[in-house]
Ligand binder design. Structure first.
Ligand SMILES: Nc1nc2c(ncn2[C@@H]2O[C@H](COP(=O)(O)OP(=O)(O)OP(=O)(O)O)[C@@H](O)[C@H]2O)c(=O)[nH]1
Ligand SMILES: [Mg+2]
Ligand SMILES: [Zn+2]
Length: 342
C-alpha cells in the first residue's frame, strides 16, 4: 500500500481531540489494516508495517479493554509497538459463534451489505444485517450482485425494497462493470466503507473493482447450492485510488448474531414501531392480542423476524448485564481504563 496522509486514511477532528490521551510523546497515529493472531498491520503517512501491542495494552485487552480491530486508529511509537487505541467513532460488531463480542470493522461511515440473486438470498438475513448496521453508527447500503446471472433481478430487488426504508439499493454485475459506478456517490475522501455479507456473494470481487486491481483473492462458489468457499479469511483495510476513501473487505459470515440494543432494533423496524402506536394495548406483542394494528398489515415473515430479533435482543442484553457485573466485580481493586465508546 503506498503511504497516505492521515486525512486520506480517515483521520478527523474526532481523533485529533483525543491526542491528549496519548501518554507516549513520540507516538504517532496509524490505522489498523489487518488484525493478525499476534500482531497488527498498521498504515500511516510513513507507510505500512507490522506492530505488536505494548505489554500494558495487551494486558488491558486481555482484561476486556480495547483490542484494536481493522479500521481502528492507534498510536504507535516509530518502529515500535502500538501504545494507545483511540476511542471509536463507529463499530460494526456481532456476537461471534463463540459468544464473544467481535468488532468486524471500526470507524466506518458506510456498511455495504452484499447479497446475490441466487440461493444465498434471504431477506430475513438482510433485516438482521440492517439491524446490526443501525447499531454500528454507520449508514447502510444494500448491494445486490450477480444480476447478470439472473432472469429476474427485480424479484430480489423488490424484496429488498420492502425492508430497506430509505437505504440505497444498488444492483451490480461486477465482472461486467454494470452498476459498479453507482457505488461512487457512497465513496469520498476520508470515508470508510466496509463490505459485509455471506461467503461467495462477491464482496472481494467488488472490492477489486473499486480498487481497479486484483488485490483480494476471489473464488467460484459451489454450483449446486451457491455456497461460497470462505475465500477471504481476514478483515483488511485498503486505501482506494484517486482519494475515494478507504475500504474494508471482510470474510463471509455464516451467521450474524446481534448485539443487544433495543433502540437500534426499533430503528430497523420503524414501520412496526409506528403501527404499534395504534394497537389497542400499549404492550401489544402483535401475536394474538385483539385490536392489533400490526398483524395482517406487516408481512408475516417480517413480523416473525421482528419477534425473533426482539427475543434475541432480550436474551443477549440479559447475558451482557451479567457479564458486565462480573467484569465490574473483577475490576474493583484497580480501575481499568475507560473501554472504547461503542
Ligand atoms: N457473474 C457474476 N459473478 C460474480 C459477481 N460478483 C462476484 N462473482 C463471482 O462470485 C464468486 C465469489 O466471489 P468473491 O468475491 O470471492 O466472494 P466473497 O463475497 O468475497 O466471498 P468470501 O471471501 O468467501 O466471503 C467469484 O467467482 C466471482 O467471480 C457478479 O456480479 N456476477
Ligand atoms: Mg472475499
Ligand atoms: Zn399489536
Amino acid at each position: 500500500m503506498p503511504s497516505s496522509s492521515l486525512a486520506e486514511l480517515g483521520w478527523t477532528e474526532f481523533f485529533e481531540e483525543q491526542l491528549g490521551d496519548v501518554s507516549e510523546p513520540a507516538a504517532v497515529p496509524m490505522r489498523v489494516s489487518i488484525e493478525h493472531q499476534d500482531r497488527y498491520t498498521i498504515v500511516g503517512p510513513s507507510g505500512v508495517r507490522d506492530a505488536h501491542l505494548t505489554g500494558k495494552l495487551l494486558q488491558e485487552a486481555n482484561r476486556g479493554g480495547p483490542r484494536p480491530a481493522a479500521g481502528d486508529w492507534v498510536a504507535a511509537i516509530p518502529e515500535g509497538p502500538i501504545c494507545h487505541v483511540f476511542r471509536r467513532r463507529t463499530a460494526f460488531q456481532r456476537v461471534s459463534p463463540r459468544g464473544k463480542l467481535q468488532v468486524i470493522s471500526a470507524n466506518i461511515d458506510r456498511v455495504l451489505i452484499v447479497t446475490s440473486c441466487n440461493a444465498e438470498f434471504n431477506v430475513r438475513r438482510i433485516e438482521r444485517y440492517l439491524s446490526a448496521v443501525s447499531q454500528s453508527g454507520a449508514r447502510p447500503a444494500l448491494v445486490l450482485t450477480k444480476i447478470d446471472l439472473c432472469d429476474a433481478p427485480n424479484y430480489y430487488r423488490d424484496q429488498l425494497q420492502a425492508v430497506a426504508g430509505d437505504t440505497p439499493i444498488i444492483l451490480v454485475a461486477t465482472p461486467t462493470g454494470v452498476g459498479v459506478d453507482d457505488i461512487d456517490p457512497l465513496l469520498g475522501p476520508g470515508l470508510t466503507l466496509a463490505l459485509v455479507g455471506s461467503s461467495g456473494v462477491g464482496k472481494s470481487t467488488l472490492a477489486n473493482a473499486l480498487m481497479h486491481e486484483y488485490k483480494f483473492v476471489t473464488a467460484a462458489i459451489r454450483e449446486q447450492d451457491a455456497k461460497g468457499r470462505h475465500t477471504t479469511t481476514r478483515r483488511e483495510l485498503v486505501v482506494l485510488p484517486d482519494d475515494r476513501g478507504i475500504l474494508i473487505d471482510t470474510p463471509g459470515m455464516r451467521e450474524l448474531q446481534l448485539t443487544a440494543d433495543t433502540d437500534d432494533q426499533k430503528r430497523a423496524f420503524a414501520d412496526i414501531v409506528e403501527l404499534a402506536q395504534e394497537c389497542q394495548f400499549r404492550d401489544c406483542a402483535h401475536k394474538s392480542e385483539p385490536g392489533c394494528a400490526v398483524r395482517g398489515v406487516i408481512e408475516e415473515s417480517r413480523l416473525h423476524n421482528f419477534h425473533l430479533i426482539a427475543h434475541e435482543t432480550r436474551t443477549t442484553s440479559a447475558t451482557k448485564k451479567k457479564t458486565e457485573k462480573a467484569v465490574h466485580r473483577g475490576s474493583t481493586r484497580r480501575r481499568t481504563k475507560k473501554p472504547s465508546k461503542v
